[in-house]
Write a protein that binds this ligand. Sequence first.
Ligand code: SF4
Length: 367
Amino acid sequence: MTVPAQESPEYVRTSLAAAMTIGKVQGRFYRDAKLYCINILLTYDEGCHAKCAYCGLSGSRQTEREWTENSFIRVDWPVFPVEDIKQALHDGTCPHVERVCVSMITHRRAREDCLTVVRDLRDVIPHISVLITPTIINRDWLERAKEAGADKVGIAIDAATPEIFEKLRGRGVRGPHKWERYWQTVADAVEIFGPENVGIHLIVGIGETEREMVMAIQRAQNLGARTHLFSFFPEEGSVMEDWPQPPIGAYRRVQLARYIINKGIGSAHDMQFNERGQIVSFGIADDVLEQVIADGEAFMTSGCSGETMDNACNRPFGNCTPYQASVGHWRNFPMRPSPEDIELVRQQIWDYSTEYHEPEVDSDIER
Ligand code: SF4
């Protein structure tokens, strides 16, 4: 018997955190973190036609598992009818949710299906982001996405330099993506959606220096786009499954620099770097730096805002395991860090280790 395909636009995948939030999967988040944005992903039996080396959805992934079982930003993505998500947003299952994000993949049907899903959801939620694939859309499509009901755009540039982009997403993996096209789409999206409504995704730890990452964040800032920062996490079966996570110190410094740049407190051009490209000065007064660190927002997930929250898209455990969080190695805090968290973060900022070491402590949380 043939099982009917569960494909977009009728079906989508949700992050595991989103599946828990809409009541489809049982479970509790460590420290009772809550998810304020339902992240959904278009789905096709053929999968994604791109081949990005770090991605769990990549067409080049070396796994025996079916595409629909794969993970993407560390977590599993089960498939549900769009109707189920609408129902949960409508019936009060998750009243705290302030945003939905519809993510495309590189597939010829994704262009139209993304708009169909946005139109379908706009009756139940006023804030919808589209996380787009510049390779398969154009300026006209961006206008249509806005008309369909999207209010924000995310563009996953991911790599900080053209060389790394080319190696991991372009010619290096026989992938279709082009660096210049991605940045041109950022500029077009800012013109169409407005400066506060466009964000780029960048992944720390895929071969760049801190200096290169900070310059990419500043480039986006100069265009009017904010940066949503991710920490590399090796996806099983991807080309980079054995690549290490970035050192915690490197990630903290880039988080801090991103916040300083995106909030207009300082600029990459005033920051100082050592011979390894590590940040040694953030280029702002000591007392201002101390205020930024103590406030803690710099270390929270950077994502699209919602009705009441600056970072509604907070993706708990998108980039670290619950064990790592339990030993103070959250990469992106999904909630405001506690004073104890900040004490640890303060030490991590000035840790210049060049490799990541996971602490060994007694913990009843599985690694
Ligand atoms: S930050 Fe979150 S809501 Fe915004 S585009 Fe990225 S994944 Fe989507």
